[in-house]
Design a protein around this ligand. Sequence first.
Ligand code: PEP
Ligand code: MN
Length: 338
Amino acid sequence: MVVIMSPRSTGQHVNHVVQLLGDMGANAWVINGRESKVVEALEVNGEVDVARLEAAPMVDRVLTSPDPLLASGRQPEDRTKEVPLGSVASIGSKKLGVIAGPCAVESKNQILDVAAAVKEAGAVALRGGAFKPRTSPYTFQGHGEAGLELLALAREETGLAIVTEVMRCEHVELVARYADVLQVGSRNMSHFHLLSEVGRQNKPVLLKRGWSATLDEFLLAAEYVMVEGNHKVILCERGIRTHEKYVRNTLALAVVPEIKRLSTLPIIVDPSHGTGQRHLVTPMSKAAIACGADGLIVEVHPTPRKAWSDGSQSLAPDQFQQLMAELEPIAMACGRGV
Ligand code: PEP
Ligand code: MN
């Protein structure tokens, strides 16, 4: 159970609630977030009288669900939040937001070529890893700050917003200096210190679902960012690990409508990591838009067979252009634009 105190409440009001809960046989403790004062209570001896708590001075709300979403929870009348991508675009509006680019920034020519191509095809942002979370330590780990500089150059040339991953707390400020959107990858969805650190930045956060995370864990990870004051969170479904072998991950698209029911955060889908197979990217992109996703993040490489990472799931520029064209009628049928 969680008691949310009014922002105007004083220590005395909070102590009174703790005392009241104690009198009702509950164990209670105070959690002071940056934006909220919350009393969490565990009912140990019988039931707590919720109406009595609600009537206490400066109590805003009493939530009895086990893991309430205080920052992102959706009431039936709420709309999806619109999160800006740099100064030119957003995710969560009627218009779909498609982010595209290579798995990793490899060279100046590679990133500038692909940036121009995805811009031309209608992408609103450029993706590209400068710090790469790789399964093997013997594979390309990214160019680091030099990669960030190339992304900044691509933004200068195209006007596209830059989405790139941050893996370490110590790198958050560095990456935030270059990026328009800070990506927290699947492997770091439960890195709570990193979530808090990006929550203290004034940049949107693209939070990818951990491949073994439940939907509740995913949504609570977003709360870690938001409780620090950064409400600009974009969720991303990127597939979960199952026993299947014909795909790299199983793209769990049912979370899209479920997130629309539970959360006000926009959700996009990654059909590249979500399948690991180039020929599945376009069909699953269409399915994602049809079930209500607010956008996509797609891997595109100038020459996929030469890519330093994830070439087998990357589209060539002409294939990406074709995908964007094929999305249009689906978006329109769903009352949206591309
Ligand atoms: C990525 O998008 O570059 C990436 C590594 O994806 P994920 O974190 O979903 O594996
Ligand atoms: Mn990749």
